[in-house]
Design a protein around this ligand. Structure first.
Ligand code: UDP
Length: 316
């Protein structure tokens, strides 16, 4: 009996989340077409897949027309700069991949009659006025602030995804991804976790922005990918938060990193970036109810795995 393998296109497949998604989908028995322009992605994240006959890599910028031969069952649109430092450095590319790129990826999904999943973000809630954030909350975003290029691009992405769903009857899914960490994060992406870990490992001062009272809720990558995979296979077309509700202040988080690494680094307080959200915690009731999903990996465990990864990168 010939088993027909499903084919999934992953845009941004050489990135942090995209590459873990490629791994998971291959393990689930799918063929993968990974598309990336390597602006913030890295071939080292997918080099282990190059010998796999079910894996194809296309070096392409998805803001331009996307050609893919043959049948496609799923399109997962993960291409975008995604750390505050990256999208501040690449504001136009961030706006283009969230708007033109999402449009091209949706066009491909329509052409192939494929199911489309958009990687959206907790940033659609901006600096939230409700806590924790439920999917019903419409957000508090400054469109003309520095983070607006990412937040508004993702909000547009959600909007055009719903338009393709309503107008063209396309099967669509939207995941709102909260702060996620794990192996293959870039050490230099400017996010709190890689910054704190590399500073701690090098014995440098730990730069906590502002007084560190702002909160985040960090999800280990394996949990995040599991939630996304379940959403892909579900019949839920409205947005779903996937993140770990374990909330912590950034100052406490810096102290935790110092403790786990056994570092002698000291915390210093530097300027708080403009529009930095003061609080962030996902309400995951919807994911629990509709997907039977909740995170399993404790921060202490996930941090150890991630710190070991960063150690191996620094040793290279
Ligand atoms: N942050 C910090 N020091 C750093 C990098 C980030 O204190 O070196 C803070 C940042 O201002 C934010 C939080 O840590 O309040 C999480 O930042 P990150 O860049 O990881 O992601 P965000 O949730 O802001 O997108």
């Amino acid at each position: 009996m010939i088993i027909h393998k499903k084919t999934a296109v992953v845009t941004g497949g050489a990135g942090f989340l995209g590459s873990h998604l490629c791994d998971r989908l291959i393990n689930e028995g799918m063929k993968i077409i990974c598309i990336d322009n390597l602006l913030t992605g890295d071939l080292r994240n997918i080099s282990h897949l190059f010998g796999n006959k079910d894996f194809t890599f296309l070096h392409h910028d998805v803001t331009n027309f996307i050609h893919v031969a043959g049948e496609v069952d799923y399109i997962l649109h993960f291409a975008s700069p995604a750390s505050p430092i990256d999208y501040l450095k690449l504001p136009i590319q961030t706006l283009k991949v969230g708007s033109l790129g999402t449009h091209k990826a949706l066009g491909l999904a329509k052409e192939k009659d494929a199911r489309f999943l958009l990687a959206s973000t907790s940033e659609v809630y901006g600096d939230p006025a409700i806590h924790p954030q439920t999917e019903e909350y419409w957000g508090n975003v400054n469109p003309v602030g520095p983070r607006g290029v990412y937040d508004e691009a993702k909000r547009f992405g959600e909007s055009i995804t719903m338009a393709y769903h309503r107008f063209h009857g396309l099967e669509t899914r939207i995941v709102r991804i909260f702060n996620t960490y794990g192996p293959r994060m870039r050490l230099d992406d400017g996010r709190a976790l890689p910054a704190f870990v590399s500073q701690a490992l090098k014995g440098e001062d730990i730069t906590v922005f502002g007084d560190g009272s702002q909160t985040r809720s960090f999800c280990f990558v394996e949990d995040e990918i599991d939630g996304i995979y379940r959403l892909l296979l579900s019949d839920t077309t409205t947005p779903v938060n996937i993140g770990n509700p374990a909330e912590i202040t950034i100052r406490e988080f810096a102290e935790e990193v110092i403790k786990i690494t056994g570092s002698s680094s000291k915390i210093i307080n530097t300027e708080l970036p403009e529009d930095d959200p003061k609080i962030r915690q996902p309400d995951i009731s919807k994911a629990k109810e509709l997907l039977g999903w909740e995170p399993k990996v404790e921060r202490s465990e996930g941090l150890k795995i991630t710190i070991d990864y960063f150690k191996s990168i620094l040793d290279r």
